[in-house]
Design a protein around this ligand. Sequence first.
Ligand SMILES: [Zn+2]
Length: 446
Amino acid sequence: MSDAELVLRSTRVITPGGTRAASVAVAGGTIAAVLPYDAPVPAGAHLEDLGDDALLPGLVDTHVHVNDPGRTEWEGFWTATRAAAAGGITTLIDMPLNSLPPTTDVGRLRTKQRVAADKAHIDVGFWGGALPDNVTDLRPLHEAGVFGFKAFLSPSGVDEFPHLGPEQLARSLAEIAAFDGLLIVHAEDPRHLAAAPQHGGPKYADFLASRPRDAEDAAIAHLVELAKRQGARVHVLHLSSSDALPVIAAAKADGVRVTVETCPHYLTLTAEEVPDGASEFKCCPPIREAANQDLLWQALADGTVDCVVTDHSPSTADLKTDDFSTAWGGISSLQLSLPAVWTEARGRGHGLEDVVRWMAARTARLAGLDARKGAIAPGRDADFAVLDPERSFTVDPAALQHRNRVTAYAGRTLYGVVKSTWLRGQRIVADGEFTEPKGRLLTRSP
Ligand SMILES: [Zn+2]
């Protein structure tokens, strides 16, 4: 360890083998060793003694809508990555839509990379998009380093990102399977949505009825069947309907290559408590009932659901009207996802190890970044979040780094204060003070 430049010491280091008192030695921006707590500090190395604050791997959020360029008034790389850093996230993967252009061919990927390059406070990678008319762009995008491809099975909310019909889905998935890529899917079936009552207006119960569970269940069953037939890798985005869990569990048991994510809002907010007209709670699929939420937690615990990601998808405040049918759908939570999930997790008897598994290890694996990210282990990037898990705070929107501070979490009391965040051995934010951007652009490991 003689070349270590930094040692982080804590009584609670969250490692893949459990929580323990340890000293983490960092050399060249990489974790060199996880040593006993009282290991001697090498000459010339700086000791950062964290006391009883928990040392977590930096979180990896694989579902973020940065919207930059093109809808930068909604969010942007500068603000999104600062908010993420403030929330203990050190890697994000940007969704291919809501920016203009969307990330649907290599030229557009280059545009987005150029825009992100000098604004990224954390590491940033990109998903590509699968549209009805870009099948021939998928392989070049894969080779250019996108982490996989997003598709919608129902309208996406923006005209420039149309959804795939059943034939188009089969064709795109076959193309992606040919290079063993990953298709990530917004799974709601448009026929079920069309058949649901569409009342519009400010009542949350009406909005919930307009996005029924069976729309998710049908789309997921279809996707899983297709993945099985093609031997393809698929990922279900933002699972909300617990009714889909048996199909997913059976598919996994059957060896189908399917993974599933859910989001902080499905795990911490319930339909019963959403005030009418409060479209800061609007997202698709919607936040459902408390009983549904209990089953999602059970599925996280038993591994049917793999991971937790924000689906941070903000807009300007004027698009968050009090009519649920026309308000922009998307919940902002980049800076709050760790405390939100931790608060509910601890109440349900889970440990920080579980939260780290769901929000760092599994998301890193989903993106194929697990050789570099998502764990405190030798050889990984020295990305960390320092958390006081017992301290609570009340969410004040004014304290958020998001470009638009509309949030469903306003006024909530959450446990878990992120005291500092580290990227490759450098502290990038501490107590609200940021360094200049030090993030890098990531591409899929070949
Ligand atoms: Zn999304």
